[in-house]
Every structure is written in structure tokens, then in C-alpha cells.
Design a binder for this molecule. Structure first.
Ligand code: ADP
Ligand code: ASP
Ligand code: MG
Length: 448
């Protein structure tokens, strides 16, 4: 069994769905994970906001606008009237369902239910097409086997449940399923957070001991910097699991923040491939990835970070102080990303600020607490062993004109992280790109 995932752009037009059908049809049995048609999940988020804040009329307006995009889509998706009318019926029912929510009782479960409709639409539309052209394809509903416990995927459950579902499904070459959506421990419809289809794919890859996981998207692999912000980025062909996990967690949008972990644990290699250029090499993330000689390999940035500084003379020469500080964050289930310490102060960062007020309230007992909101972590991944000279200078020199809030290195050999106000992010990414990769970019441009 092999797991392939196609993202929103890869199923975003009828001709793209045609291409996905071609790409999967190579006789190798597989699970195909699909995202919602690009733009749909964003529209569903807006529909939720309208239900919550404006009212039924506004929500229905947005629902109708989204619905209007689906009919021309299916006009061009199918060849025969039978498949077309089956899909049209399906879409109508889904949109009637979206219109059926009551603003007066609208709650978080309703929101999740609405967000789930994007993947339910795209997968059903695709299966109708695959079957129309004679592929031996079956839909396997993600809500039967994708499950979370305490907000995190329950891989043991998923492993058993997907096996069960596959047993009960008519034998097929291609099993199509929804990315992103799942049920939680209450049995309510939930999701793996934005971009979660990548996570569905790696979880299923681990659950089925897939020989590889392929993530098909709209770019030729993981680039060495954010191509939305920086010019002349280039793909990195090999990454270790640790490097990829850092880049994903610290903001490389091409991968869901947690999606490397299941593949890493089970040792299943992950390939990132480009639907628009299927022959491009892309990126392979694996245990055997050879580290290039390059010191800095790639840069990613994560916004929405809050830095907290605790200044306490009680820290001086004391043991157990950090433990007590960390316990506060543990009690509020709030992960800490970066830490830097001095003898009398500790700074740390969080990106989940839902419990910030309560955390600050408890931290006050330790000393003076200062907060900096709207911060960005820029993470530079590479080979930064302490045996080599100059790595820190190499990273810091290109951004010496930027005020930096925190600097963290030596936690692992593969990462140096820097925290700054978000207003400096673009400048930092561009300056680092020029400073760390400038020579190579010149050579690449000259070779074109
Ligand atoms: P999909 O819908 O296929 O999941 P995403 O939009 O989630 O696609 O991810 C692909 C996009 O991620 C690319 O189009 C690119 O703009 C963006 N991106 C951000 N950082 C990187 C990076 N380091 N390497 C490649 N793409 C990146
Ligand atoms: N459709 C979901 C989103 O837009 C999941 C995904 O695309 O991975 O976030
Ligand atoms: Mg994505």
C-alpha cells in the first residue's frame, strides 16, 4: 500500500482532477488523500464567521456564492450526463445542509461540521469521475477511521480502524479518502487544523506501513526559503526527518506543522512532488537522507508568537526554578517553543496564547513578567555543530541591522532560531537569503 496526498490546488480545477486520476493510475494499490478544492476551506471559515457574527442572511449569501463555483466545475469534470447529475445532486444536498444551520444554537461542533464539507465535496466529486473513466476506485470515509484523543491523532486507533474499513470495502486499486477531517473522542466531527491533509497522509502512511508517502502540491518540493516572500528560492532535494520537522513546525507552509512526526516514527519516507511538473525531482525526507556539506540549508518563519520574560532574583543560584515555571505552562497545556536564560531572567515563547492571561497571573508569583506580542520566529535549519567555527556569525551577520529579541542555538545541531518583531520578518528572510545563499543563487542564475 502506498499513500498519496493531493492538496487544494492539485484538485482545484476540473483539469487538475483529470490529471490526478492519470497520476494515480499506475497499477500500484494506494490510498489517495484529497484536500478540499482550493479556496473552499477559506470560504467555509468565512461562512462560520457570518453565522456567528452577522446572521443567517449573510451566511447564506456566502454559501450561495461558493455553491455557484461548483456547478461550472462539474460541467467540465465529467464526460457523461449520468456522472454529472449524480455529482449535481450530491453538491445540492451538501449546500442545502450548509444552509440548514440555526444561528441561535450555532456552536463549535457546528463550525467543525461546516469545515468538514470541503473535503467531503472534493472526494465524492473525484470518485464519481474516477469511476466514470473506469478506474477501480472506492471511497473510504475518513470519519470512520481518523480519530483524535485530547486534540491529537490517536495512531493506534487509526491503525486498527483503517484496516477494518479496508476489509469492509470492496477490493479496489485506489482508495480515495478525505484529508483534514476526523472525529474527536466525543465522536463529534473535528479536524487536524489548517493544512491538515498532509497530516492525514502521514498518519495513514504510518498506519498502513506504506512504502512511501507522496505529498503532491503546487511547487517542486521544500524550498530553501519562503517563496511567497523571497525571490530565487530553490528546492532542497534531500532532508532528514529532523530537518523537515523543524521547517514544518517553524512555518514552512508546504508541510503541516506536525505531519513529519508519524513518518519519522515509522521510518516511512515522504516525497514532496509537484502536480504541475510531475517529473521534477521534488524533495525526499527520509532516514537515509545525506546531509549536504552546506552549513545553512533552509529558512522558515512562524508568526503569531508571544515572548514572555520572567525576571527574578530568586533564580540566582537556585535549582528547581525553571521546573516551576514550566509547570505553569504544562498546567495550561501550552507548548513552549524557544527558551533563552540568563542568571536572573528567562525568556520563552508560545504560539498558543489562549490561556495567556491565566499563565501571566501565575507567573507573577515568580517575579516581574514582561510580554512582547506580535513576534516571529525565524528558524535556520542546517548543520550547525559546535565543532565548526563561525556558524553563528554567518547567520547573524546578514541581519546585524535588525533588533533581535531572542537568539537560540546549540539546542540541536540542526537549528538556530531567532525571534524578532514581525515587522522585521520580510527584511530578515530576504537578508538571510542573500547572506546565506547569495553565492549559490548567483551560480544557479548564471547556469540557467
Ligand atoms: P497544498 O494545498 O497542496 O497543501 P499549500 O498551499 O498548503 O499547498 O503549500 C504549498 C505552498 O507553500 C507553496 O505554494 C508555497 O507558496 C508555500 N511555501 C511556503 N514555504 C515554503 C517552502 N519553504 N517551500 C515550498 N513551499 C513553501
Ligand atoms: N482544506 C484544509 C485547509 O485548507 C486542509 C488542507 O488543505 O490540508 O486547511
Ligand atoms: Mg497544505
Amino acid at each position: 500500500m502506498r499513500v498519496l496526498k493531493f492538496g487544494g490546488t492539485s484538485v482545484g480545477k476540473p483539469e487538475r482532477m483529470h490529471q490526478v486520476a492519470e497520476l494515480i493510475d499506475d497499477g500500484v494499490q494506494k490510498i489517495v488523500v484529497l484536500s478540499a478544492v482550493s479556496g473552499t476551506t477559506n470560504s467555509l471559515v468565512a461562512i462560520n464567521e457570518a453565522y456567528k457574527q452577522q446572521g443567517e442572511v449573510e451566511a447564506h449569501q456566502l454559501i450561495n456564492q461558493l455553491e455557484e463555483k461548483y456547478y461550472p466545475f462539474i460541467e467540465n469534470l465529467y464526460k457523461a450526463e449520468a456522472a454529472h447529475s449524480k455529482a449535481k445532486n450530491f453538491i445540492q444536498k451538501k449546500f442545502d445542509f450548509l444552509r440548514s444551520f440555526d444561528v441561535n444554537s450555532f456552536d463549535a461542533d457546528d463550525e467543525k461540521m461546516i469545515l468538514a464539507q470541503g473535503e467531503l465535496l472534493s472526494t465524492n466529486m473525484f470518485v464519481f469521475y474516477a469511476q466514470e473513466i473506469g478506474l477501480n476506485a472506492e471511497l473510504i470515509p475518513a470519519l470512520e477511521f481518523m480519530k483524535t484523543a485530547e486534540g491529537e491523532p490517536d495512531l493506534d486507533y487509526i491503525t486498527k480502524a483503517v484496516e477494518q474499513t479496508l476489509k469492509q470495502t470492496p477490493k479496489a486499486d485506489y482508495y480515495i479518502t478525505q484529508g483534514y477531517i476526523c472525529k474527536n473522542e466525543r465522536g463529534a466531527v473535528d479536524n487536524l487544523r489548517r493544512g491538515g491533509s498532509d497530516y492525514t497522509a502521514t498518519l495513514l502512511g504510518a498506519a498502513t506501513q506504506s512504502d512511501e508517502i507522496q505529498i503532491w502540491t503546487d511547487i517542486d518540493g521544500v524550498h530553501n526559503n519562503d517563496p511567497r516572500i523571497v525571490k530565487n528560492t530553490f528546492p532542497i532535494h534531500e532532508l532528514s526527518f529532523a530537518e523537515a520537522a523543524e521547517l514544518a513546525y517553524f512555518g514552512a507552509k508546504i508541510l503541516h506543522p506536525s505531519c513529519v512526526l508519524p513518518a519519522q516514527k515509522s521510518g516511512v519516507p515522504v516525497k514532496l512532488l509537484n502536480t504541475m511538473q510531475p517529473k521534477a525531482k521534488g524533495t525526499i525526507i527520509s532516514r537515509n537522507s545525506v546531509s549536504s556539506k552546506r552549513i545553512a540549508k533552509a529558512i522558515a518563519a512562524k508568526d503569531g508568537i508571544t515572548a514572555i520574560k520572567i525576571i527574578s532574583t530568586r533564580m540566582l543560584n537556585a535549582y528547581g526554578f525553571l521546573k516551576r515555571v514550566f509547570e505553569v505552562f504544562e498546567n495550561y497545556k501550552t507548548p513552549i517553543d524557544m527558551i533563552t536564560t540568563s542568571e536572573v531572567a528567562v525568556s520563552l515563547t508560545i504560539d498558543d496564547d489562549r490561556n495567556l492571561d491565566a499563565i501571566l497571573n501565575e507567573l507573577k508569583d515568580f517575579g516581574t513578567v514582561e510580554i512582547d506580542a506580535n513576534q516571529t520566529i525565524v528558524c535556520i535549519v542546517g548543520n550547525f555543530t559546535h565543532r565548526d567555527n563561525g556558524a553563528a556569525a554567518m547567520v547573524l551577520n546578514p541581519i546585524k541591522h535588525i533588533p533581535l529579541r531572542m537568539i537560540s542555538g546549540g539546542g540541536s545541531d540542526s537549528n538556530i532560531s531567532i525571534l524578532m518583531d514581525t515587522k522585521y520578518k520580510e527584511d530578515v528572510l530576504i537578508s538571510l537569503h542573500e547572506g546565506l545563499f547569495g553565492e549559490e543563487i548567483k551560480a544557479r542564475l548564471a547556469a540557467r
